[in-house]
Design a protein around this ligand. Structure first.
Ligand SMILES: Cc1cc2nc3c(=O)[nH]c(=O)nc-3n(C[C@H](O)[C@H](O)[C@H](O)COP(=O)(O)OP(=O)(O)OC[C@H]3O[C@@H](n4cnc5c(N)ncnc54)[C@H](O)[C@@H]3O)c2cc1C
Length: 309
């Protein structure tokens, strides 16, 4: 059953991915904010109508929420699909509050063909799948790249452009400063060997001790989320798990990592899992191929010494 589907993503490739997938279900429109090049990109991916909101150089994308809300009230799309980016999430959440509805967040499967929109998303940090059927006049969905199946070649749409006037929000965010984020040069998703640290490491300075072991193994250094997000001892690109990187290394050596499900989901495709943990009952010790029970401060230097010989 064809629905009136609209797509928003601030990332052009993401917008095209969703639009091309949604096109398979009927007519699709795109809400474009930013460069005018987005209009062509949207039409190439199948957009029949492109609602062009303007350039974001002077405004934060979130400031367009009122403009989009007005457009939704006027045009009444049935489904709004948002790419899972920070901006997509911010706008979807604001619209949900505005229209007193909820968001089907982080859909990893989505069926737009039946009368109600059905989606599957991960819950409990990837431990379970949640199936949802969304009823009501407006369905808001946040989805990842590649979730919607798309044809090998994109089918272009009519690309009719509607210039949408800006609706001044009651309050808006001003961008006052930008700082470059520290990022890692390593691509853990492609690494063959990884040594990963967790909260068993007591001090930031001790990371160099584990790095010596990683170097002896010719491995990259990864970590659990608290090391990167809470303590910020390593860049965010270095943490493995449901909300971080998914790895498929030949060897994954976890040092002082307990093995919570949110971490373990990210290394389910690693071939050999080894762990060093002082607690024989830590969850990771039940899942690893090789486990060393003991103090990492004794085992790591001893292993590094042995391996560098
Ligand atoms: C929505 C959500 C998403 C999340 N996503 C992720 C994710 O993507 N990735 C992720 O990693 N986490 C994620 N988490 C966090 C996750 O639940 C755990 O809190 C986290 O993985 C625990 O990190 P850890 O193993 O380093 O620390 P801990 O659980 O504290 O484990 C530390 C381990 O070190 C051992 N240890 C302590 N001292 C020593 C020593 N001297 N020698 C040897 N062993 C020692 C302890 O026995 C313990 O097992 C998420 C959580 C939520 C709620």
């Amino acid at each position: 059953m064809a629905k009136k589907v609209w797509v928003f993503s601030d990332k052009p490739a993401f917008m095209q991915d969703i639009t091309a997938g949604a096109k398979e279900c009927g007519e699709v429109s795109v809400i474009a904010v930013g460069s005018r090049d987005l209009i062509t990109a949207a039409a190439q991916a199948g957009a029949d109508t492109v609602y062009y909101l303007g350039d974001t150089s002077e405004r934060m994308a979130e400031s367009y929420t009122d403009t989009i809300a007005k457009l939704v009230e006027d045009e009444k799309p049935e489904v709004l699909l948002f790419g899972a980016t920070l901006t997509g999430r911010a706008i979807a959440g604001r619209l949900a509050a505005r229209f007193e509805t909820s968001v089907l967040a982080d859909a990893k499967e989505l069926d737009l063909t039946s009368e109600v929109t059905n989606g599957v998303s991960m819950v409990y940090g990837g431990g379970a799948n949640l199936k949802q059927s969304v009823k009501g006049d407006l369905t808001l969905v946040i989805l990842g790249f590649g979730v919607l199946e798309k044809p090998e070649e994109m089918k272009a749409g009519a690309g009719n452009v509607v210039e949408v006037p800006y609706v001044e929000p009651a309050w808006s965010i001003t961008l006052s400063d930008e700082q470059k984020r520290e990022s890692a040069s390593v691509n853990l998703a492609a690494a063959k060997k990884i040594v990963s640290i967790g909260l068993g490491i007591a001090n930031k300075e001790d990371i160099s001790m584990v790095k010596e072991l990683a170097d002896a193994l010719d491995a990259e250094l990864g970590c659990s989320r608290p090391i990167a997000e809470g303590l910020e001892w390593l860049p965010k690109e270095c943490y493995i798990g449901i909300s971080g990187v998914f790895v498929k290394s030949d060897l994954y050596l976890a040092v002082g990592v307990s093995g919570q499900v949110q971490h373990m989901v990210g290394l389910k495709d690693a071939k050999i899992l080894a762990a060093i943990n002082k607690d024989a009952n830590a969850p990771i010790m039940r899942q690893c191929d090789y486990g060393i029970v003991g103090d990492l401060y004794e085992i790591v230097p001893a292993l590094a010494k042995k391996l560098s010989k």
